[in-house]
Write a protein that binds this ligand. Structure first.
Ligand code: AMP
Length: 120
């Protein structure tokens, strides 16, 4: 029975290997997968393995290393997927008004096309 946030969280299931995804990078702190509903030719989600941060609002100083790691790996993946030169965007939707739909912190990496500003 799903009685903890982790047990009902799709990103926890993906990180645990219990739900299918297209993994592009993985280490002891995080996994990176292709977004199932891509908004750009490259659309990768960087997902911490732990569920303790439901959004950026939950971050404390204890999370500085993890947050830095997510950004660092986003740049590495951008380079590997050959969008570093053309340009890319790293986004963390936080809360309802920003359109956050999964309550497990994640970073979007988007690129491979011209991205308009300001975002919608
Ligand atoms: P957000 O709206 O910022 O919370 O982003 C959640 C993202 O997760 C959306 O872009 C979804 O398309 C994506 N997503 C939801 N479920 C899955 C899944 N099972 N595999 C890959 N991406 C997913």
């Amino acid at each position: 029975m799903d009685n903890t946030p982790e047990q009902s969280c799709i990103f926890c299931s993906i990180a645990a290997g219990d739900a299918q995804s297209e993994i592009v990078y993985s280490d002891d702190q995080m996994v990176a997968i292709k977004d199932v509903n891509p908004q750009a030719p490259v659309h990768v989600l960087l997902i911490p393995r732990e569920h303790n941060l439901e959004s950026l609002n939950d971050a404390s100083k204890l999370d500085l290393s993890l947050l830095g790691h997510l950004l660092y790996i986003a740049a590495k993946i951008a380079n590997r997927m050959e969008i570093a030169e053309s340009g890319y965007r790293v986004v963390i939707n936080t809360g309802e008004a920003a359109g956050q739909s999964v309550a497990h912190l994640h970073v979007h990496l988007l690129g491979g096309r011209d991205l308009t500003w300001p975002p919608g």
